[in-house]
Design a protein around this ligand. Sequence first.
Ligand SMILES: NC(=O)c1ccc[n+]([C@@H]2O[C@H](COP(=O)([O-])OP(=O)(O)OC[C@H]3O[C@@H](n4cnc5c(N)ncnc54)[C@H](OP(=O)(O)O)[C@@H]3O)[C@@H](O)[C@H]2O)c1
Length: 160
Amino acid sequence: MRGRSGGHYRSLGGTGKEGGGLALRWAHRGRDIIIGSRSPERAAAAAQAMNDRLGVKKVSAASNQEAAERADIVVLAVPYAAQTSTVDEVATHLQGKILIDVTVPLVPPKVTRVQLPPGGSAVEAMQKRLGDTVRVVSAFRTSQHTIWMILIKSWNVMRL
Ligand SMILES: NC(=O)c1ccc[n+]([C@@H]2O[C@H](COP(=O)([O-])OP(=O)(O)OC[C@H]3O[C@@H](n4cnc5c(N)ncnc54)[C@H](OP(=O)(O)O)[C@@H]3O)[C@@H](O)[C@H]2O)c1
């Protein structure tokens, strides 16, 4: 897997706040990123905005399917209601890869309270669904998206 040495990370829901924040942060640290979206046009606009902001071309765009196929490490950052359907659509491309799931089980309108699925763990349920050939990791669920911007600003200040 090329991920640690600069391979392709990818973010399903990368046009959103959390997926976009992670993508921008990793691109800022030199990683190659593929933004996946249900709309290739939205992905392209998000990727362009990130490249413009960073001043380097580290971010590319694709449909969710294509991004999952090309990536080594896949980040899932969609609303909980779309977690399972989004993963099912790309499951064949996840085999042998790492899936980082940042999805928090919040169900509107009670978005202030986590609503765990039967069995008590959303990530265990996802691991079971995908099988042992995919490594499902739960991460960044308590990291508010604004932290990624703050880290980038701090990094730039430190480099001056
Ligand atoms: N915001 C945070 O600070 C934060 C922190 C930790 C964890 N999280 C978790 O991260 C996930 C995303 O949160 P967010 O705040 O980034 O949300 P968001 O800004 O609304 O972005 C979510 C993205 O998911 C995609 N999406 C939306 N509805 C979808 C659907 N029905 N089916 C498939 N894809 C859909 C959209 O991308 P396209 O329309 O381009 O496909 C959208 O850009 C949530 O599960 C949230 O609990 C958020």
